[in-house]
Design a protein around this ligand. Structure first.
Ligand code: NAD
Length: 498
């Protein structure tokens, strides 16, 4: 049960869009109304950007990028100083940022405080420092006697399209490296999470970034598709569902436009027989249920040694059945609501599918009592299904776990790899070397041993239907740079070297 008094009525409204460094009138009077999934009550409204607003935003980003004395030409130190001001402006808004995210998408406030408010300034500083410390130009001696000047230049105007589940962290996975690289951006947040994006725009304004470097246009998939194909856009950076990613990839393929696609997942936790699950419950919660199960890399398939199947079910059942469910703004809440009524319907239909497929519900399976106003579902653990079940193959995007038995480690690895996706995963063992040996054999862009954390220094991204390209690490910066070679005049001598 939650203390609903924590969810004070709020009305965050905006009437203008942040485009070209100014708060400008939208092209139409269409509005996006935001509803709290914890209470079902409206919490704010903003203008809905249309294609005409998208065009203005691209034009502003284009002008800012093409300005011969503009952002893209600044010394890395000057960009770093501006990015530092943005980090400070975001830190000053940290508590409000966390509150807005949680009241829009149902993320428990303890998580939004750490990941939506705390993580973005860290990322901004990481990339701003990287650009200062890593030269963007290099002279390479060639094998044929000459030398080449290699240039890493900002790629241009980026359309950044983000989902609602980690709206600020995911926006910053794109903004931090692209700004550091010298690109400009049109950010399109998801309609479910727009109030946080306007707070980001306020921080950009306060930080004094040049006009047009960051533009924010909230809208739906039509606006997203318009930006993807827009002639003024040089690169698309998308995070969202695999279905949308495929269609964006098709358009970008036709246009030969670079794109980074961070898509869905159905990752596996491989529990080896020497694992200490009971001693690592916090980490286990983190990889199976964090953000109400609405996390792309979550381990929604748990692979357990058949000899310990009952024990693993007991541990997971105890974990999922013992969490505190409630209003996302209550600091005690571990599991909040699904982001929308539609999302809850989707999760409940998968629970029905799991039952129809012969799955046994170990814990959960319904709605929690006393939380009738919000879009809550109980964390649910299924047993007695194998990896062919639909709920073991399709991304549910909710707190629904399937525990699958295996007989040998080779079989566990084969089950983990028997998926359309390849984004995250974990191996649970008290033998780190063995854990690493198993992790190396899992076809997945990232994997953890006894825990999982997206460290900023480590490239993150998917294999197979989980996407193309990488974010984070130096690789994440490379995604916003194009590389050119100038074969130097061999007669110019060594003094031409940078
Ligand atoms: P979604 O694909 O419906 O929407 C994501 C964003 O893309 C939204 O802003 C939406 O308006 C826009 N959009 C949708 N269709 C589009 C199109 N055809 N062209 C251009 N823009 C389009 O996804 P969602 O429901 O908002 O988010 C959940 C999905 O995101 C899950 O599949 C989850 O796994 C995935 N996700 C992946 C990562 C990752 O890093 N791999 C991270 C978070 C979420």
């Amino acid at each position: 049960m939650t203390d609903t008094t924590t969810h004070a009525p709020t009305d965050v409204t905006y009437d203008a869009l942040f485009v070209g460094g100014e708060w400008t009138a939208p092209a139409t009077d269409r509005r996006i109304e935001v509803v709290s999934p914890s209470t079902g009550r409206p919490v704010g409204a903003v203008p809905e950007a249309t294609e005409a607003d998208g065009d203005r935003a691209v034009a502003a980003a284009r002008a800012a990028f093409d300005d011969p004395a503009g952002w893209s030409t600044w010394a890395p130190e000057d960009r770093r100083d501006a990015i530092e001001r943005l980090a400070v402006a975001l830190e000053a808004r940290g508590p409000e940022m966390a509150r807005r995210v949680s009241m829009q998408n149902g993320m428990p406030i303890s998580i939004s405080t750490a990941l939506e408010a705390g993580f973005p300034p860290l990322l901004l500083r990481y990339y701003a420092d990287m650009v200062v410390s890593t030269p963007a130009e290099q002279v390479r001696p060639g094998l044929l006697g000459g030398r080449t000047l290699v240039l890493h230049e900002p790629i241009g105007v980026v359309a950044a399209i983000v989902p609602w589940n980690f709206p600020q962290a995911i926006a910053m996975l794109k903004l931090a490296p692209l700004l550091a690289a010298g690109c400009t951006v049109v950010l399109k947040p998801s309609p479910e999470t727009v109030l946080d994006a306007f707070l980001l725009a306020e921080a950009v304004e306060e930080a004094g970034l040049p006009a047009g470097v960051v533009n924010v246009v909230p809208g739906g998939r039509e606006l997203g598709a318009h930006l993807v194909a827009h002639p003024g856009v040089d690169k698309v950076s998308f995070t969202g569902s695999t279905a949308a990613g495929r269609s964006i990839g098709e358009v970008c393929g036709r246009l030969l436009r670079p794109c980074t696609l961070e898509l869905g997942g159905k990752s596996a936790a491989i529990v080896l027989e020497d694992a200490d699950l009971a001693g690592n419950l916090e980490a286990l919660f983190g990889v199976t249920l964090i953000n109400n199960g609405q996390t792309c890399w979550l381990n929604s398939r748990i692979l357990a040694p058949r000899s310990q199947y009952g024990d693993v079910l007991d541990i997971l059942g105890g974990l999922a059945g013992g969490v505190t469910i409630g209003d996302a703004l209550d600091p005690a809440t571990q599991i909040g609501p699904m982001t929308s009524a539609r999302q809850r319907e989707r999760v409940e239909s998968y629970i029905a599918t799991g039952r129809a497929e012969g799955g046994r519900v170990v814990v959960g399976g319904g709605r929690p009592e006393g939380l009738d106003d919000g879009f809550f579902v109980q964390p649910t653990v299924f047993a007695d299904l194998d990896n062919t079940a639909r709920i073991a193959r399709e991304e549910i995007f909710g707190p629904v776990l399937t525990v699958i038995p295996y007989d040998t480690v080779d079989e566990a690895i084969a089950i983990a790899n028997d998926s359309d996706y390849g984004l995250g995963g974990t191996v649970w063992t008290t033998d780190p070397e063995r854990g690493e040996a198993v992790a190396r054999r899992v076809q997945s862009g990232t994997i953890g041993i006894n825990a999982y954390a997206n460290d900023p220094t480590a490239p993150f991204g998917g294999m197979k239907a989980s996407g193309l390209g990488r974010e984070l690490g130096p690789e994440g910066l490379g995604a916003y740079r194009s590389v050119r070679s100038i074969y130097l005049d061999a007669s110019a001598g060594a003094e031409a070297s940078a």
